[in-house]
Ligand binder design. Structure first.
Ligand SMILES: N[C@@H](CCC(=O)N[C@@H](CS)C(=O)NCC(=O)O)C(=O)O
Length: 254
């Protein structure tokens, strides 16, 4: 569970569920989808990453990495999307998005999704689509360097600062990691409807945003028919519409 003590104390007075999130952020998508699966009321604090609304003292005081999503639940601040969805499923077990006998396996899918974010998903999405759209001005870059203390994120963002762009090696490495992960998902799914078999779970919610953004960047899933079939089933859920597609009607045009 990733609970942090915010330096921006204003959020400590919040009651209920408040979500700081970005429309096209895959990490935000999984939290919105979980909230919708459970039919929970939540207060939206939208952060436009293209307008750099995350790069200021106020937001870094809530999320010390300056990332979305951040969930504030009755004044307690939760970061890390996969931890947040696990927390929500525990705090609001109706409907339960896990099965008791496969919990450890399901949490492994969440861990894999989390571990791929910086080495694979983020570089792929930035290199293929986002880097030019979130280019920082000199002032924004200076503010980012002042606020950001996380070395991994500093290193990642330095790769597209100023005139720099991601190298072919960066893209190849992310493609290699994605291919390994998708091969594992393809085999594990087999003919089953959901990642954990018969039960729709947090594993599906964790992975569908990855599929959404990677497809939106032009990734070819023709090698993975089980993943395509699974994704089509997830996309029929109301929670997918409310948590994902309603927030980014056309990712291809982003
Ligand atoms: N491990 C974090 C990653 C969050 C993350 O990287 N969020 C992206 C959007 S998906 C973001 O805020 N990007 C802005 C930035 O990198 O400055 C989580 O799962 O919540």
């Amino acid at each position: 569970m990733a609970i942090i003590e915010p330096t921006n104390k204003t959020v400590k007075d919040f009651e209920g569920l408040h979500l700081y999130h970005g429309n096209i952020s895959n990490c935000s998508m999984r939290v919105r989808m979980t909230l919708e699966e459970k039919g929970l009321e939540w207060v939206s604090h939208h952060i436009d990453l293209k307008k750099k609304e995350n790069i200021n003292d106020e937001y870094f005081g809530i999320n010390p990495n300056g990332l979305v999503p951040t969930l504030v639940h009755d004044g307690v601040v939760h970061i890390e999307s996969n931890d947040i969805i696990d927390y929500l499923d525990t705090a609001y077990p109706e409907p339960l998005l896990r099965s008791a006998d496969k919990e450890a396996e399901m949490l492994d899918w969440l861990k894999l999704s989390a571990s791929l974010h910086v080495p694979a998903i983020k570089p792929y999405v930035y290199a293929k689509k986002m880097a030019p759209k979130v280019k920082k001005s000199q002032e924004e870059q200076a503010k980012y360097e002042e606020l950001q203390k996380n070395e991994e994120l500093k290193k990642f963002h330095s790769k597209h600062a100023g005139q720099k762009t991601f190298s072919d090696d960066d893209v190849r490495e992310s493609e290699r990691l994605l291919a390994d992960a998708f091969a594992k998902l393809e085999t594990s799914l087999g003919d089953a409807p959901w990642i954990m078999g018969e039960q729709f779970s947090l594993a599906d919610i964790s992975w569908i945003p990855i599929y959404f953004v990677i497809v939106g960047c032009g990734y070819d899933f023709s090698l993975y028919p089980n993943i395509k079939r699974w994704a089509a089933s997830v996309q029929e859920r109301d929670s997918y519409r409310k948590g994902i597609s309603d927030w980014c009607e056309d990712f291809a045009k982003v």
